[in-house]
Ligand binder design. Structure first.
Ligand SMILES: NC(=O)c1ccc[n+]([C@@H]2O[C@H](COP(=O)([O-])OP(=O)(O)OC[C@H]3O[C@@H](n4cnc5c(N)ncnc54)[C@H](OP(=O)(O)O)[C@@H]3O)[C@@H](O)[C@H]2O)c1
Length: 257
């Protein structure tokens, strides 16, 4: 898959990591980028970067009617970037399983962070297969390094991202015969609204996008991008149980539960 000359669609393009992808796709010579967002008016300055190449479309990824409209409007894509996501309730207890008043918030997180991405893949698969001749076609699913262990403070998010990681492998296997590559990105720390509460160091969204797109062009299935992702993956691999135990101990000793 080559980024130069591609036609791409990015979900959640109006800010953070998604916005970084749109900027870097333009920088790397994409022919057209469909920038999608729940509130398309928030995409105006991205369109202004290059009105001939950036097309703004309304898309709430959990809304089936809006998804179907986008499948028709962006049928020429050969790169789908499933980026939009949520971390769960602002109320910490609602992000856990026993502490939550119900599983309503966890279900919304699962619907948004896993099933909506799978629906996007299902809807665009025929187009990606049809458009793969010149440059190849690809799907990039933005998962999280927090899919490889349970981030206890965001248990429902980890569960949904972990489900997306497995779905990404299933999609990869189903699309491989059609020459559409499916990449899972285990993102580390990147500057955005979602990561704003953390005081740790972070990569910028454009740097994260550059890392991811280079890895896709190099044919990597699983991509560790953003600050600390590769180091954390290496540490988890050494002793997954000890890593998770450390996270549980840290959770139990923090006042914010
Ligand atoms: N930042 C990090 O350190 C980090 C680490 C690991 C993984 N990630 C993943 O990276 C992705 C992007 O997150 P971010 O860090 O850039 O956070 P962000 O700044 O909060 O951006 C999230 C984006 O997703 C959009 N979104 C949420 N629900 C949506 C829906 N139902 N339909 C369409 N768009 C929706 C948001 O739109 P609105 O503006 O309308 O809310 C926003 O554009 C997420 O999947 C996240 O899990 C981030």
């Amino acid at each position: 898959m080559k980024v130069q000359g591609c036609t791409a669609l990015v979900t959640g393009a109006n800010q953070g990591i998604g916005r970084g992808f749109v900027e870097v796709l333009l920088e790397r010579g994409a022919a057209r980028v469909y920038a999608t967002a729940r509130r398309p008016e928030t995409l105006a300055d991205l369109v202004a970067l290059d009105p001939k190449r950036v097309v703004a479309l309304p898309l709430d990824i959990t809304n089936a009617a809006q998804r179907h409209a986008v499948f028709a409007q962006a049928s020429d894509i050969n790169l789908l970037i499933n980026n939009a996501g949520i971390a769960g309730s602002e109320t910490p207890a609602e992000r856990r399983f026993l502490g939550a008043s119900s599983l309503d918030d966890a279900r919304t997180v699962m619907e948004t962070d896993c099933w909506a991405h799978v629906e996007m893949c299902r809807g665009f698969a025929p187009h990606l297969i049809r458009n793969n001749a010149a440059n190849g076609s690809a799907i990039i699913n933005i998962i999280s390094i927090g899919a490889l262990f349970c981030v206890i403070e965001y248990s429902s998010y980890s569960a949904a991202k972990s489900a997306l990681a497995m779905a990404t492998i299933g999609l990869r296997a189903e699309l491989e015969p059609s020459n559409v590559s499916v990449h899972g990105v285990f993102t580390g720390a990147v500057e955005s609204r979602m990561s704003a509460k953390g005081t740790h160091a972070k990569a910028t969204a454009p740097d994260h996008a550059r890392e991811v797109l280079s890895a896709v062009e190099a044919g990597k299935d699983d991509i560790y991008a953003g600050l600390g992702a590769q180091a954390m993956y290496d540490e988890i691999r050494k002793d997954p149980e000890a890593f998770q135990r450390g996270r549980i101990a840290r959770y139990r000793s923090t006042p914010m539960k």
